[in-house]
Design a protein around this ligand. Structure first.
Ligand SMILES: Cc1cc2nc3c(=O)[nH]c(=O)nc-3n(C[C@H](O)[C@H](O)[C@H](O)COP(=O)(O)O)c2cc1C
Length: 175
């Protein structure tokens, strides 16, 4: 893939919240997980973990915890990507809190792009009640859920969402 293909690949991804009934197969799930395993992390400590949820009852409970976002229930798989603070704080102290969030976010981004590479649809879901998700999945206290990545088979939207324009973000040399 050359750099223009890479830009096109990124630009062609959209969040999708409607999915067909078809489940993901094991190869697709494993591909997404293995791609996340290539993500960089602070000190190479990989301060992230993921809970792969396919059980319908659990997805239903997660959808409730996500303030009744229906796509969380409808997606055949939810990758609950978590920050594992203990791993990063053991070396970096307080700074490890930030690194743990960054590590989890990068891993989740890789998963989202891996799903796109497999022509699957996904939706990053960040609005949820942390404690409810913790209870549903029996997460240990040092594990913070960062994203419910919903993945399924569906159809990309006809139109992509707009962006601010890169000029709104970029400051050269100094703010
Ligand atoms: C940190 C984060 C949190 C998000 N939370 C939600 C969410 O709770 N529910 C949802 O439907 N979409 C959520 N999204 C998806 C965004 O709405 C979406 O990425 C954005 O509107 C841009 O659209 P696009 O992904 O189609 O390019 C979230 C995305 C990010 C990165």
């Amino acid at each position: 893939m050359d750099s223009s293909d890479f830009y096109g690949f990124l630009e062609s991804r959209s969040s999708v919240r409607e999915y067909d009934d078809e489940p993901l197969n094991n190869d697709e799930v494993d591909y997404i997980l293995n791609c996340a395993g290539t993500a960089p992390s602070a000190g190479n400590l990989e301060a992230w973990d993921v809970v792969v949820v396919t059980d319908e009852e659990t997805r239903c409970a997660l959808a409730e915890a996500a303030f009744s976002q229906e796509h969380v229930e409808r997606a055949p798989v939810i990758f609950v990507v978590c920050s594992n603070y203990v791993r990063s704080m053991s070396r970096y102290g307080e700074r490890g809190i930030l690194y743990g969030l960054e590590d989890a976010t990068i891993a989740c981004t890789y998963m989202m792009l891996a799903a796109h590479a497999k022509k699957l649809q996904s939706c990053w879901t960040g609005a949820f009640d942390d404690d409810e998700v913790r209870n549903i999945l029996s997460l240990p206290p040092h594990i913070r859920p960062v994203c419910l990545l919903a993945v399924g088979k569906g159809h990309p939207p006809a139109q992509h969402t707009d962006r601010m324009g890169i000029g709104e973000h970029v400051h050269r040399e100094i703010w």
